[in-house]
Design a protein around this ligand. Structure first.
Ligand code: KIV
Length: 262
């Protein structure tokens, strides 16, 4: 397992993606203690995801999560992170227009301590990503399955199965990169399309439930710990060794770096 000595930055992720060696590994965290453990185990980035609405707050989805919730949990993580890059989610209805998105992104950075903000993005968010990038806020654009926009009609499913949807996702990925996104995250995108997006992108692509070809991977921590019931299809519990959380996290980081997961 290769471990850079100094803190992980966006440049580190860009270099790892460019060199095509080890993939980089990320996990979600929402509190100081898990952050300390994950950081010490060598994850390259930690995401304060709005998944906290489900795994911390017990809601059925992410929509009730507020900006205040995100700032609070980002602060908890920022207090104990030392090495990994800290990414934090802009929650539901927090970027309805450019001024709102800019103000809320600044809150995550200034009050929370985030180094990168993530937003769920379609073509409609391209101008918002441009505005955030113009104000100097590093952005991760999240494509494919976007829980914030989930309705009964568009349930949890893999994205990019039809050629129309695949073309749209590819065009959106390109438009978001051209607008200034620093990272892309593809969730539940069919494997070959995620591989094409990764191949074509000039920025690192993080995958979840999108196959093994992405430059990095992310899992929700509680899925890795085998605590989610029912677990999403793409998840794997790394707790089988029975030797505790730190061993499970190390096994995950090693598996991502070497390409044996997903
Ligand atoms: O909120 C979250 O945890 C996420 C991951 C599933 C990528 O967005």
């Amino acid at each position: 397992m290769s471990m850079p000595d100094s803190s992980v930055t966006l440049d580190t992720l860009h270099r790892m993606a460019r060199e095509g060696g080890d993939r980089f590994a990320g996990l979600t965290a929402y509190d100081a203690t898990f952050t300390r453990v994950l950081d010490a185990c060598g994850v390259e980035f930690i995401l304060v995801g709005d998944s906290l609405g489900m795994v911390i707050q017990g809601h059925p989805n992410t929509q009730p999560v507020t900006m205040d919730d995100m700032v609070y949990h980002t602060q908890c993580v920022a207090r104990s992170i030392q090495r990994a890059l800290l990414i934090s989610d802009l929650p539901y209805m927090s970027c309805c227009d450019v001024p709102m998105a800019q103000a809320n992104a600044m809150r995550l950075v200034q009050e929370g301590g985030a180094q990168v903000v993530k937003l769920e993005a379609s073509q409609d968010q391209v101008e918002i990503v441009r505005a955030l990038s113009d104000q100097g806020t590093p952005v991760c654009a999240h494509l494919g399955l976007r829980l914030q926009s989930l309705t009964k009609l568009t349930g949890i499913r893999r994205h990019g199965r039809t050629s129309e949807e695949a073309d749209e996702l590819q065009e959106t990925a390109l438009a978001l990169e051209q607008a200034g996104a620093d990272l892309l995250l593809v969730e539940c995108v069919v494997d070959n399309l995620a591989a094409e997006i990764t191949e074509q992108a000039g920025i690192p692509v993080i995958g979840i439930g999108s196959g093994a070809a992405c430059d990095g991977q992310i899992l929700v921590l509680y899925d890795l710990l085998g605590l989610t019931d029912p677990a999403p299809k793409h998840a794997r519990s790394f707790m089988n060794s029975g030797r505790g959380v730190a061993d499970a996290v190390r096994a995950y980081v090693e598996a991502v770096h070497s390409g044996s997961f997903p």
